[in-house]
Design a protein around this ligand. Sequence first.
Ligand code: CS2
Ligand code: MG
Length: 402
Amino acid sequence: MKITAARVIVCSPGRNFVTLKIETDQGLYGVGDATLNGREFSVVSYLNDHLIPCLIGRDARQIEDIWQYFYRGAYWRRGPVGMTALAAIDMALWDIKAKAAGMPLYQLLGGRSRDKVLVYGHANGKDIAETVDAVAHYRDLGYQAIRAQSGVPGLASTYGVSKDTLFYEPADADLPTESLWSTSKYLNHVPKLFAELRQQFGDEVHLLHDVHHRLTPIEAARLGKELEPFKLFWLEDAVPAELQEGFRLIRQHTTTPLAVGEVFSSIHDCQHLISEQLIDYIRTTIVHAGGVTHLRRIAALAELYHVKTGFHGATDLSPVTMGTALHFDTWVPNFGIQEYMRHTAQTDEVFPHDYQFKQGFLYCGETPGHGVDINEKLAAQYPYQRAYLPVNRLEDGTLFNW
Ligand code: CS2
Ligand code: MG
């Protein structure tokens, strides 16, 4: 089965997405997500200028060899741009293989390990009262796991707080906006938020929180310790994770479960975090870390060390990634949870899919392949719009982590 064409489609049905469509001489095609939020055209160029010319004419069934060709075969390997491009190819090839087999992707991976996939949504508000209302809204929608973020008193804007709670979109301007950060104000505030949430909603609901890389290890240790009475499902991205050994310090002080990895692009970014049991959930996703082929290795390593999956699933991960992730989640033995932020109706129309949300769980479909397509005609009506993620400064002007 020869690859005859591979096309990159850029569209913006409410937000930007980069999609790869691979066609074969047997009439089967596959679709992959190549979206890297705020850096879209770097991946477009990597695909068009460097990978696609080497892809044409290859046997679409040889997923492993193609993966190795583009990973090992590249002198400059790893990194978010390259691994996202490789993920798009890999996702499209798994889609083709599953279509050729006449099976939904999860069957090809090893079959069903569970009936449904536990997901969490984002509740946020400008203050604690608004966040309480947002959590109540998610409870009404049936969610059993909810990430809670709140504005911090004294800070004009805070990560994770947006105007629209259902469609949180951080890439909010055609040049980066700037937000302000104060670690002390934040650390004083967050335990109050979770005390109130437990008071209002009891112990049953799973509560999660994302620090978005803003603390040092000892600050994260303090936060984890102070949040222990509120039994979080996880504390996410407590510190910038370039320093993997920094997690040892957090671990020594707290039993709050730790999640990390949405910005990782390979197993080498989380090898020590996993093998030293410094984390509990690995968030690295299909689209940003080399596709199904590479995520299988990360999940298998994680399984050895009692680490579960908890894939990133914000709006910048297209329905193609969500569909593929759901097949993976349905199969993977050490599944933990899946993030699920809803896409807008416009996005859902451009990417027809067969997964469904019911009462706090997502269900992947039975269509052969990963179950997500792209309506190219409709996509063409939504041209790219430059959009950046914000940057972040301390109150004295120092540039900080966003
Ligand atoms: C976040 C994301 O979903 C999450 O946990 O950290 O909203 C993240 O900021 C965006 O996906 C960035 O592209
Ligand atoms: Mg996050």
